[in-house]
Design a protein around this ligand. Sequence first.
Ligand SMILES: O=C(O)C(=O)CO
Length: 325
Amino acid sequence: MSGKLKVFVTARLPAVAVNILRERFDVSMWDSENDIPKDILLEKSRGKDGLLCLLTNKIDKKVLDEAGKQLRVVSTMSVGLDHIDLNECKARGIKVGYTPDILTSATAELGVGLLLATSRRIVEGTNAAKNGSWGTWKPMWLCGPSLEGSTVGFFGLGRIGLAILQRLKPFGVKCFKYNTLNEKTKEFETEHGVTYATFNDLLATSDFLISCSSLTSATKNIFNKEAFDMMKSTSIFINIARGGVVMQDDLCQALIDGKIRAAGLDVTTPEPLPTDHPLFQLPNCVITPHIGSATDETRTAMAVLAARNLLAGLENAPMPSPYEL
Ligand SMILES: O=C(O)C(=O)CO
Protein backbone atom coordinates (compact mmCIF):
# COMPACT_ATOMS: atom_id res chain seq x y z
CA MET A 1 0.00 0.00 0.00
CA SER A 2 1.40 3.38 -0.95
CA GLY A 3 1.15 6.22 1.53
CA LYS A 4 0.08 8.52 -1.28
CA LEU A 5 -3.15 10.47 -1.19
CA LYS A 6 -5.89 8.90 -3.27
CA VAL A 7 -7.76 10.67 -6.01
CA PHE A 8 -10.51 9.59 -8.35
CA VAL A 9 -10.95 11.07 -11.83
CA THR A 10 -14.48 10.52 -13.08
CA ALA A 11 -13.73 10.40 -16.83
CA ARG A 12 -10.93 9.71 -19.28
CA LEU A 13 -8.93 12.92 -19.51
CA PRO A 14 -5.97 13.89 -21.69
CA ALA A 15 -2.75 12.26 -20.45
CA VAL A 16 -1.14 15.66 -19.95
CA ALA A 17 -3.67 16.33 -17.19
CA VAL A 18 -3.73 12.89 -15.60
CA ASN A 19 0.08 12.76 -15.46
CA ILE A 20 0.10 15.86 -13.24
CA LEU A 21 -1.84 13.81 -10.71
CA ARG A 22 -0.04 10.52 -11.23
CA GLU A 23 3.29 12.07 -10.23
CA ARG A 24 2.01 12.75 -6.73
CA PHE A 25 -1.07 10.69 -6.00
CA ASP A 26 -2.53 7.26 -6.18
CA VAL A 27 -4.86 7.90 -9.13
CA SER A 28 -7.81 5.85 -10.26
CA MET A 29 -9.89 6.91 -13.24
CA TRP A 30 -13.17 5.98 -14.90
CA ASP A 31 -11.37 5.23 -18.15
CA SER A 32 -14.22 5.98 -20.49
CA GLU A 33 -15.79 8.95 -22.23
CA ASN A 34 -19.22 7.62 -21.31
CA ASP A 35 -20.81 9.08 -18.23
CA ILE A 36 -19.95 7.16 -15.09
CA PRO A 37 -23.01 5.44 -13.58
CA LYS A 38 -23.97 6.83 -10.18
CA ASP A 39 -23.41 3.56 -8.31
CA ILE A 40 -19.86 3.34 -9.67
CA LEU A 41 -19.24 7.00 -8.85
CA LEU A 42 -20.31 6.28 -5.29
CA GLU A 43 -18.15 3.18 -5.05
CA LYS A 44 -15.06 4.76 -6.61
CA SER A 45 -15.30 7.90 -4.48
CA ARG A 46 -15.06 5.85 -1.31
CA GLY A 47 -11.93 6.61 0.70
CA LYS A 48 -10.61 9.23 -1.74
CA ASP A 49 -8.89 12.44 -0.67
CA GLY A 50 -9.74 14.25 -3.87
CA LEU A 51 -12.19 14.02 -6.74
CA LEU A 52 -11.78 15.43 -10.23
CA CYS A 53 -15.24 15.53 -11.75
CA LEU A 54 -17.20 16.74 -14.76
CA LEU A 55 -20.35 18.84 -14.97
CA THR A 56 -22.31 15.65 -15.63
CA ASN A 57 -21.43 14.15 -12.24
CA LYS A 58 -23.81 15.15 -9.51
CA ILE A 59 -21.60 15.65 -6.48
CA ASP A 60 -24.32 15.60 -3.87
CA LYS A 61 -24.45 14.79 -0.18
CA LYS A 62 -24.61 11.10 -0.97
CA VAL A 63 -21.32 11.17 -2.89
CA LEU A 64 -19.65 13.28 -0.21
CA ASP A 65 -20.91 10.91 2.51
CA GLU A 66 -19.77 7.88 0.57
CA ALA A 67 -16.34 9.41 -0.09
CA GLY A 68 -15.81 9.89 3.62
CA LYS A 69 -14.40 12.42 6.02
CA GLN A 70 -10.91 12.41 4.47
CA LEU A 71 -12.23 14.01 1.24
CA ARG A 72 -10.60 17.45 1.05
CA VAL A 73 -10.91 18.67 -2.53
CA VAL A 74 -13.49 18.53 -5.30
CA SER A 75 -12.13 19.87 -8.56
CA THR A 76 -14.50 20.22 -11.49
CA MET A 77 -13.53 20.52 -15.14
CA SER A 78 -16.17 23.18 -15.71
CA VAL A 79 -17.05 26.76 -14.98
CA GLY A 80 -20.57 25.76 -13.99
CA LEU A 81 -20.97 24.50 -10.44
CA ASP A 82 -24.66 23.66 -10.29
CA HIS A 83 -23.84 19.93 -10.17
CA ILE A 84 -21.98 20.29 -6.87
CA ASP A 85 -23.64 20.71 -3.49
CA LEU A 86 -21.58 23.75 -2.55
CA ASN A 87 -23.26 24.22 0.81
CA GLU A 88 -22.32 20.70 1.84
CA CYS A 89 -18.75 21.24 0.64
CA LYS A 90 -18.52 24.42 2.67
CA ALA A 91 -19.97 22.79 5.77
CA ARG A 92 -17.46 19.96 5.49
CA GLY A 93 -14.47 22.20 4.76
CA ILE A 94 -14.02 20.66 1.32
CA LYS A 95 -12.19 22.95 -1.11
CA VAL A 96 -13.70 23.40 -4.56
CA GLY A 97 -11.79 24.23 -7.75
CA TYR A 98 -13.27 25.11 -11.14
CA THR A 99 -12.15 26.25 -14.59
CA PRO A 100 -13.46 29.72 -15.49
CA ASP A 101 -11.78 32.11 -17.97
CA ILE A 102 -10.04 29.54 -20.14
CA LEU A 103 -13.33 28.50 -21.76
CA THR A 104 -14.68 32.01 -22.26
CA SER A 105 -13.52 32.50 -25.85
CA ALA A 106 -14.55 29.05 -27.04
CA THR A 107 -18.01 29.37 -25.50
CA ALA A 108 -18.45 32.87 -26.89
CA GLU A 109 -17.51 31.63 -30.36
CA LEU A 110 -20.17 28.93 -30.15
CA GLY A 111 -22.70 31.50 -28.92
CA VAL A 112 -22.04 33.64 -31.98
CA GLY A 113 -22.20 30.52 -34.11
CA LEU A 114 -25.65 29.67 -32.78
CA LEU A 115 -26.82 33.25 -33.35
CA LEU A 116 -25.75 33.07 -36.98
CA ALA A 117 -26.97 29.50 -37.46
CA THR A 118 -30.46 30.42 -36.29
CA SER A 119 -30.77 33.89 -37.81
CA ARG A 120 -29.28 32.89 -41.16
CA ARG A 121 -30.99 29.50 -41.06
CA ILE A 122 -27.78 27.68 -41.83
CA VAL A 123 -28.95 24.21 -40.77
CA GLU A 124 -32.23 24.55 -42.68
CA GLY A 125 -30.20 25.74 -45.67
CA THR A 126 -27.71 22.88 -45.65
CA ASN A 127 -30.57 20.39 -45.28
CA ALA A 128 -32.40 22.00 -48.20
CA ALA A 129 -29.26 21.89 -50.33
CA LYS A 130 -28.85 18.18 -49.55
CA ASN A 131 -32.44 17.05 -49.87
CA GLY A 132 -33.24 18.59 -53.24
CA SER A 133 -35.58 21.39 -52.11
CA TRP A 134 -33.04 24.01 -53.22
CA GLY A 135 -34.65 24.71 -56.61
CA THR A 136 -33.69 28.02 -58.13
CA TRP A 137 -32.59 31.20 -56.38
CA LYS A 138 -35.76 32.68 -54.86
CA PRO A 139 -36.04 36.30 -53.69
CA MET A 140 -37.22 35.67 -50.12
CA TRP A 141 -36.37 32.01 -49.51
CA LEU A 142 -34.56 31.15 -46.26
CA CYS A 143 -34.32 34.76 -45.20
CA GLY A 144 -33.75 35.65 -41.58
CA PRO A 145 -33.21 38.72 -39.44
CA SER A 146 -29.99 40.69 -39.65
CA LEU A 147 -27.75 41.33 -36.69
CA GLU A 148 -26.93 44.71 -38.16
CA GLY A 149 -29.18 47.36 -36.63
CA SER A 150 -30.62 44.90 -34.08
CA THR A 151 -31.00 44.98 -30.31
CA VAL A 152 -29.13 42.17 -28.58
CA GLY A 153 -30.06 41.36 -24.99
CA PHE A 154 -27.96 39.40 -22.52
CA PHE A 155 -29.50 37.56 -19.63
CA GLY A 156 -26.41 37.32 -17.46
CA LEU A 157 -23.40 39.36 -18.44
CA GLY A 158 -20.37 37.71 -16.92
CA ARG A 159 -17.19 36.72 -18.70
CA ILE A 160 -18.89 34.76 -21.47
CA GLY A 161 -21.67 37.27 -22.14
CA LEU A 162 -19.15 40.04 -22.37
CA ALA A 163 -16.97 38.04 -24.76
CA ILE A 164 -20.00 37.50 -27.02
CA LEU A 165 -20.82 41.20 -26.87
CA GLN A 166 -17.29 42.08 -27.94
CA ARG A 167 -17.45 39.62 -30.83
CA LEU A 168 -20.81 41.03 -31.98
CA LYS A 169 -19.73 44.68 -32.12
CA PRO A 170 -18.27 44.44 -35.65
CA PHE A 171 -21.65 43.17 -36.88
CA GLY A 172 -23.14 46.64 -36.43
CA VAL A 173 -25.58 45.80 -33.65
CA LYS A 174 -27.55 48.94 -32.76
CA CYS A 175 -28.07 48.38 -29.07
CA PHE A 176 -26.78 46.01 -26.38
CA LYS A 177 -28.86 45.50 -23.24
CA TYR A 178 -28.38 43.27 -20.24
CA ASN A 179 -30.17 42.01 -17.21
CA THR A 180 -28.28 40.57 -14.26
CA LEU A 181 -28.96 40.08 -10.57
CA ASN A 182 -26.65 42.94 -9.72
CA GLU A 183 -26.67 45.97 -11.96
CA LYS A 184 -23.21 46.86 -13.27
CA THR A 185 -21.55 50.19 -12.63
CA LYS A 186 -22.06 53.13 -15.00
CA GLU A 187 -18.33 52.94 -15.82
CA PHE A 188 -18.74 49.32 -16.89
CA GLU A 189 -21.79 50.17 -19.00
CA THR A 190 -20.00 53.04 -20.72
CA GLU A 191 -16.85 51.02 -21.29
CA HIS A 192 -18.74 48.17 -22.95
CA GLY A 193 -21.53 50.16 -24.59
CA VAL A 194 -24.33 48.27 -22.88
CA THR A 195 -27.38 49.41 -20.92
CA TYR A 196 -29.24 47.80 -18.05
CA ALA A 197 -32.78 46.59 -18.69
CA THR A 198 -35.35 45.07 -16.39
CA PHE A 199 -36.03 41.43 -17.21
CA ASN A 200 -39.38 42.38 -18.77
CA ASP A 201 -37.81 45.14 -20.86
CA LEU A 202 -35.10 42.74 -22.01
CA LEU A 203 -37.76 40.26 -23.11
CA ALA A 204 -39.90 42.87 -24.84
CA THR A 205 -37.18 44.69 -26.74
CA SER A 206 -34.48 42.17 -27.71
CA ASP A 207 -34.27 40.97 -31.30
CA PHE A 208 -31.75 38.42 -30.08
CA LEU A 209 -31.82 37.29 -26.48
CA ILE A 210 -28.83 35.33 -25.22
CA SER A 211 -28.95 33.42 -21.98
CA CYS A 212 -25.48 33.36 -20.41
CA SER A 213 -26.49 33.13 -16.78
CA SER A 214 -25.49 30.47 -14.31
CA LEU A 215 -28.22 28.18 -13.05
CA THR A 216 -29.33 29.14 -9.56
CA SER A 217 -32.60 29.03 -7.64
CA ALA A 218 -33.22 32.57 -8.96
CA THR A 219 -32.71 31.68 -12.63
CA LYS A 220 -34.24 28.18 -12.73
CA ASN A 221 -37.08 28.04 -15.28
CA ILE A 222 -37.02 31.82 -15.69
CA PHE A 223 -37.63 31.46 -19.43
CA ASN A 224 -41.19 30.16 -19.18
CA LYS A 225 -44.46 30.72 -21.06
CA GLU A 226 -44.92 34.14 -19.49
CA ALA A 227 -41.45 35.17 -20.61
CA PHE A 228 -41.81 33.83 -24.16
CA ASP A 229 -45.22 35.55 -24.42
CA MET A 230 -43.47 38.85 -23.74
CA MET A 231 -40.84 38.41 -26.42
CA LYS A 232 -41.18 39.75 -29.95
CA SER A 233 -42.55 37.23 -32.43
CA THR A 234 -39.52 38.05 -34.58
CA SER A 235 -36.98 37.43 -31.82
CA ILE A 236 -34.40 34.69 -31.53
CA PHE A 237 -33.54 33.00 -28.24
CA ILE A 238 -30.08 31.53 -27.61
CA ASN A 239 -29.13 29.45 -24.59
CA ILE A 240 -25.50 28.59 -23.93
CA ALA A 241 -25.85 28.52 -20.14
CA ARG A 242 -27.76 25.62 -18.64
CA GLY A 243 -30.91 23.89 -19.84
CA GLY A 244 -32.45 24.44 -16.41
CA VAL A 245 -33.01 28.18 -16.97
CA VAL A 246 -35.66 27.26 -19.54
CA MET A 247 -39.06 25.61 -19.18
CA GLN A 248 -38.42 23.52 -22.23
CA ASP A 249 -42.03 22.58 -22.97
CA ASP A 250 -42.92 26.27 -22.92
CA LEU A 251 -40.08 27.05 -25.32
CA CYS A 252 -41.19 24.29 -27.65
CA GLN A 253 -44.76 25.63 -27.67
CA ALA A 254 -43.54 29.20 -28.20
CA LEU A 255 -41.59 28.05 -31.27
CA ILE A 256 -44.57 26.10 -32.61
CA ASP A 257 -47.00 28.99 -31.99
CA GLY A 258 -44.67 31.59 -33.48
CA LYS A 259 -44.38 33.49 -30.18
CA ILE A 260 -40.69 33.72 -31.01
CA ARG A 261 -39.03 33.11 -34.35
CA ALA A 262 -36.25 30.67 -33.57
CA ALA A 263 -34.01 29.23 -30.87
CA GLY A 264 -30.43 28.06 -30.71
CA LEU A 265 -29.62 25.78 -27.80
CA ASP A 266 -26.30 24.35 -26.71
CA VAL A 267 -27.82 23.13 -23.46
CA THR A 268 -31.03 21.24 -22.79
CA THR A 269 -32.84 19.24 -20.14
CA PRO A 270 -31.97 16.45 -20.03
CA GLU A 271 -28.63 16.02 -21.75
CA PRO A 272 -28.53 14.22 -24.05
CA LEU A 273 -31.95 15.29 -25.28
CA PRO A 274 -33.80 12.17 -26.46
CA THR A 275 -33.70 11.97 -30.24
CA ASP A 276 -37.51 11.79 -30.40
CA HIS A 277 -37.87 15.07 -28.50
CA PRO A 278 -40.31 17.47 -30.25
CA LEU A 279 -37.67 20.23 -30.33
CA PHE A 280 -35.75 18.16 -32.86
CA GLN A 281 -38.76 18.26 -35.18
CA LEU A 282 -38.77 22.05 -35.40
CA PRO A 283 -36.93 23.65 -38.31
CA ASN A 284 -36.60 26.87 -36.31
CA CYS A 285 -34.63 25.23 -33.51
CA VAL A 286 -30.92 24.51 -33.77
CA ILE A 287 -29.55 22.23 -31.08
CA THR A 288 -25.90 21.47 -30.44
CA PRO A 289 -24.81 18.87 -27.85
CA HIS A 290 -23.28 21.09 -25.13
CA ILE A 291 -20.13 21.85 -27.11
CA GLY A 292 -19.64 25.46 -26.01
CA SER A 293 -16.14 24.87 -24.71
CA ALA A 294 -15.26 22.14 -27.20
CA THR A 295 -12.12 23.39 -28.87
CA ASP A 296 -9.04 21.16 -28.70
CA GLU A 297 -7.08 23.80 -26.86
CA THR A 298 -9.81 24.72 -24.39
CA ARG A 299 -10.78 21.22 -23.33
CA THR A 300 -7.14 20.30 -22.77
CA ALA A 301 -6.56 23.50 -20.80
CA MET A 302 -9.65 22.80 -18.69
CA ALA A 303 -8.45 19.29 -17.86
CA VAL A 304 -4.99 20.57 -16.94
CA LEU A 305 -6.39 23.37 -14.78
CA ALA A 306 -8.72 20.94 -13.01
CA ALA A 307 -5.74 18.67 -12.30
CA ARG A 308 -3.66 21.61 -11.04
CA ASN A 309 -6.51 22.72 -8.79
CA LEU A 310 -6.70 19.24 -7.29
CA LEU A 311 -2.94 19.01 -6.88
CA ALA A 312 -2.67 22.38 -5.16
CA GLY A 313 -5.74 21.82 -2.99
CA LEU A 314 -4.44 18.51 -1.69
CA GLU A 315 -0.96 19.89 -1.13
CA ASN A 316 -2.33 22.86 0.80
CA ALA A 317 -1.00 25.29 -1.77
CA PRO A 318 -3.16 28.07 -3.26
CA MET A 319 -5.30 26.61 -6.04
CA PRO A 320 -4.82 28.32 -9.41
CA SER A 321 -8.57 28.66 -9.67
CA PRO A 322 -10.45 28.16 -6.43
CA TYR A 323 -14.17 28.73 -6.04
CA GLU A 324 -14.59 30.79 -2.90
CA LEU A 325 -17.29 29.12 -0.83
O1 LIG B 1 -17.76 24.41 -18.04
C1 LIG B 1 -18.98 24.40 -18.10
O2 LIG B 1 -19.71 24.72 -17.15
C2 LIG B 1 -19.59 23.98 -19.34
O3 LIG B 1 -20.77 24.10 -19.52
C3 LIG B 1 -18.69 23.35 -20.35
O4 LIG B 1 -18.74 23.98 -21.55
